[in-house]
Design a protein around this ligand. Structure first.
Ligand code: AMP
Ligand code: GLY
Length: 420
C-alpha cells in the first residue's frame, strides 16, 4: 500500500510517525514534508496548495490513499478533485471545508440549528459594522471571515479600538482578502478546550480532548499564534462536559450538516469555550489541529490507517477506538519574532541527543547538507507522555534543554496548573 501525506508541519510529522507504525504500508510519501518527516517518509517537493501537482504525483505513483493535513488544500477542493479522478483521499470536500474557511457560513449554520456559540453579526460594509459593534458590549471579538492562518481574530477592548481594527481589517487589508467580510461576536469568558472527532458521514467519534496554548508568551501574553503548545487531556474538561458537548454540539453539528446535504468525512475539530452557561463553539476546523495532533496522536492506540479507511468507507461504528491512559504535553519551539517577522536558516543543535522519553516532531525545518536548519515560525514540537500532565510536562521541559537554535523561543508554562 502506498500513502501520500499532504503538508509539512508538526501535525504532518505526527501523522507520518503514527502511520509508519502500520505494517501494511509499503511506501509513505509526504509533500512537501520537512527534515523530520524525511526520517519516516520520502519527501516530495510539491507544495500542499499545488493541487494539480499532487494529483499528477498520486496518479503516476499509483498512490492508494492520500491524507490531507492542512486546511488550505481542503478548502481549495483537493478531496473533490481526487475523488473525481477515482483516487482515495482522507479529508473533507470543499463544501464541508467551508465550516472552517468561512466563519460567516459556520456561524449561520450554528444559529440555524441551535448549536451553542457566541452571538454574532456578519458585515461586508464598514459603516454597518461600526454601527453594529455596540450591540455586543466590550471587549468585542472581530474575526476575518476567511482563512488567516489562525491569526484573523482580534479582541477590541473599547469602541475606539474596535473602529481602528475594523478600518485596518476591512479597508487596509490587515488579513488580506480573508477580511473583506467580517464577523463581530460577543466575547466569551471561560477555559478553552479542543475536541476533535473522526466523522464518517454518519457518526462522529470524539478523540481524547486537548488544550491549545494560543498566545505567544507565558501567562497567555502577546499575540495569538497558530499554537505554542498543547496538552491532552485538558486540565478543565470533565466527563460531564464531554456528555454535554457530544449531545448539544457534536451530534447537533452532524445533524445540521446532514440536513444541509453536506457529506462530512474526515476530521471535525471543535474549538470550545467552557462558559458559565455551558460549552460553546468558538470555531470549527476541518482537519487535525496543530499542535493538538502532536499530543492526541501519541495517545492513540488503535491503528490510524484502519480508522481512516473506516471513515472513508462510512463504517466507523464497527471500530473500537482505543486511547492510552496517559497524558501528553508538547511545547512549540518557535523562531524569535513569531507570529510576526522572524529569520530562518539557523542550524538546529541537539536533535541526536534527545532520549527516548521524548518525541521530537519537526514543524518548520529543512535539511541542509548533513545539518537541519530552521525554516518556519514554529520549528520543533517536542512531546512527552506521562502518567499525569505534570509528569509529561517535566519530561518535555527536561528534554528540551538539549535542543537549541539561534533566536529560539518557547513558552515555559505549557501544562502548568496555575496559569493554564
Ligand atoms: P478562532 O480563530 O475563531 O479560534 O479564534 C482564535 C482565538 O481567539 C480563540 O482561540 C480564542 O482564544 C479567541 N476567541 C475567538 N472567539 C472568541 C470569543 N467569542 N470570545 C472570546 N475569545 C474568543
Ligand atoms: N491549534 C489550532 C489550530 O490548529 O487551528
Amino acid at each position: 500500500m502506498k500513502i501520500l501525506i499532504v503538508g509539512g508541519g508538526g501535525r504532518e510529522h505526527a501523522l507520518a510517525w503514527k502511520l509508519a507504525q502500520n505494517g501494511s504500508i509499503d511506501k509513505l510519501y509526504c509533500a512537501p514534508g520537512n527534515a523530520g518527516i524525511k526520517n519516516v517518509a520520502e519527501c516530495i517537493p510539491i507544495k500542499a496548495e499545488d493541487l494539480d501537482g499532487l494529483l499528477q504525483f498520486a496518479k503516476s505513483n499509483k498512490i492508494d490513499l492520500t491524507i490531507v493535513g492542512p486546511e488550505v488544500p481542503l478548502s481549495l477542493g483537493i478531496a473533490d478533485l481526487f475523488e473525481a479522478n477515482g483516487l482515495r483521499i482522507f479529508g473533507v470536500n470543499k463544501k464541508a471545508a467551508e465550516l472552517e474557511s468561512s466563519k460567516a457560513f459556520s456561524k449561520e449554520l450554528m444559529e440555524r440549528y441551535d448549536i451553542p456559540t457566541a452571538r454574532h453579526c456578519t458585515y461586508s460594509d464598514i459603516s454597518h459594522a461600526i454601527n453594529g459593534i455596540d450591540a455586543f458590549g466590550f471587549p468585542v471579538v472581530i474575526k476575518a471571515d476567511g482563512l488567516a492562518g489562525g491569526k484573523g481574530v482580534v479582541i477590541a477592548h473599547d469602541r475606539a479600538e474596535a473602529i481602528i481594527e475594523l478600518a485596518q481589517i476591512m479597508n487596509d487589508g490587515k488579513f488580506g482578502q480573508a477580511g473583506r467580510k467580517i464577523v463581530i461576536e460577543e466575547f466569551l469568558e471561560g477555559k478553552e478546550v479542543s475536541v476533535l472527532a473522526f466523522v464518517d458521514g454518519n457518526i462522529a467519534v470524539p478523540m481524547v480532548d486537548a488544550q491549545d496554548y494560543k498566545k505567544a508568551f507565558n501567562n497567555d501574553k502577546g499575540l495569538n499564534t497558530g499554537g505554542m503548545g498543547a496538552i491532552s487531556p485538558s486540565l478543565h474538561y470533565s466527563s460531564e462536559h464531554a456528555c454535554l458537548v457530544k449531545e448539544s454540539i457534536i451530534d447537533r453539528t452532524l445533524a445540521a450538516l446532514k440536513a444541509e446535504g453536506i457529506v462530512y468525512k474526515g476530521i471535525l475539530y471543535f474549538g470550545l469555550m467552557l462558559t458559565k452557561l455551558g460549552p460553546k463553539v468558538i470555531e470549527y476546523n476541518c482537519r487535525f489541529g496543530d499542535p493538538e495532533a502532536e499530543v492526541v496522536l501519541p495517545r492513540l492506540e488503535t491503528d490510524l490507517l484502519e480508522i481512516m479507511k473506516a471513515v472513508i468507507d462510512g463504517r466507523l461504528g464497527e471500530l473500537e477506538i482505543k486511547w492510552k491512559d496517559e497524558s501528553a504535553v508538547c511545547v512549540v519551539m518557535a523562531s524569535g519574532g513569531y507570529p510576526e517577522a522572524y529569520n530562518t536558516g539557523y542550524e538546529i543543535f541537539g536533535l541526536d541527543e534527545t532520549d527516548e522519553n521524548m518525541l521530537v516532531f519537526h514543524a518548520g525545518t529543512k535539511a541542509e547538507g548533513s545539518s537541519v536548519v530552521t525554516a518556519g515560525g514554529r520549528v520543533l514540537v517536542p512531546v512527552a507522555l506521562g502518567t499525569s500532565v505534570d509528569e509529561a510536562r517535566s519530561k518535555v521541559y527536561n528534554g528540551i534543554k538539549k535542543l537549541n537554535f539561534n533566536n529560539m523561543h518557547y513558552r515555559e508554562d505549557i501544562g502548568k496548573r496555575m496559569n493554564s
